[in-house]
Design a protein around this ligand. Structure first.
Ligand code: F6R
Length: 261
């Protein structure tokens, strides 16, 4: 696990975008795993800027989103279909037919989850997966005690996650109880993982994920077992780490050939 502490959310987001751009430039038909929520917004803004100003080409890129609320259609203002359209897809040259998001209105949820897994496999697997982290340590919507081997399936949100996400809905009661999420096993299959976490509100979850034991109680801790996981933090989210000086030292002394420019 590589822990990179940046001065701000903005600088971390720019660095994350460069890491994604590096994957796309070396493999134009790259498969990206995408997240929603407030965390990746700066990263998406930077990718859009790179598309406009640096000719970053998404025309052959395939995307798979982590999750969607059960019961919300693509036009619902709080759906992740709508989020992705507004915050990324409508502003770059990705081909709509190569973008995938779990179907919140699927009549047969288990069958649609199996189909989602098959589509990821058929696309050749995910090259780089973007993740945020919940204040309870979730990745995707794999809440605490999710199986560390889980695949795409329906999950019940914790009351804490429903409260955290109430800001996107007219009323807290409107937040669905259920979601479809890629599993932890699905996420771990990605060839590279980029976990972003910003602000003091994520500091406890990140300290547990990075420095605590690997445990289903803190789903993000499973990334300690991933062969190529990077964690990008700002000063606030890094504030509870015991070994932050070491992480800074490692990054400051990184061999030049390993740096993303
Ligand atoms: C979203 C997702 C979630 C969020 C997490 C953090 O697709 O999978 O795990 O990344 O809940 O949300 P924000 O970024 O809104 O704090």
């Amino acid at each position: 696990m590589e822990v990179i502490i940046q001065p701000s959310q903005e600088t971390a987001s720019v660095l994350a975008a460069r890491m994604i751009a590096k994957v796309i430039r070396s493999k134009p038909e790259a498969v990206l795993g995408l997240a929603t929520g407030s965390t990746p917004l700066g990263l998406y803004r930077e990718l859009i800027r790179m598309y406009r100003e640096e000719a970053l080409d998404f025309s052959a890129v395939t995307t798979f989103n982590l999750d969607e609320y059960v019961g919300l259609g693509p036009s619902h203002p709080a759906s992740y279909h709508r989020f992705m359209h507004e915050n990324l897809f409508s502003q770059i040259n990705v081909r709509p037919e190569l973008t995938h998001i779990p179907d919140g209105l699927a009549p047969d949820v288990p069958a649609s989850c199996e189909e989602y897994e098959a589509k990821i496999r058929d696309a050749g697997g995910i090259d780089i997966q973007i993740l945020g982290i919940g204040s309870d340590g979730h990745i995707g919507f794999n809440e605490p005690i999710s199986s560390l081997a889980s695949r795409t399936r329906i999950k019940t949100l914790t009351p804490r996650t429903r409260a955290d996400n109430a800001r996107y809905f007219d009323s807290p009661d409107d937040v669905p109880h259920h979601v479809i999420t890629m599993g932890i096993g699905s996420i771990m299959d990605a060839r590279e993982v980029l976990l972003l976490g910003f602000g003091a509100g994520k500091a406890d979850a990140l300290a547990a994920a990075i420095e605590g034991p690997v445990s289903a109680q803190v789903p993000a801790s499973v990334l300690q077992l991933h062969p190529k996981a990077h964690v990008l933090l700002d000063e606030g989210s890094a504030s509870k780490l015991q070994r932050s000086e070491y992480y800074r030292y490692v990054y400051d002394n990184k061999p030049v050939w390993q740096l993303v420019s």
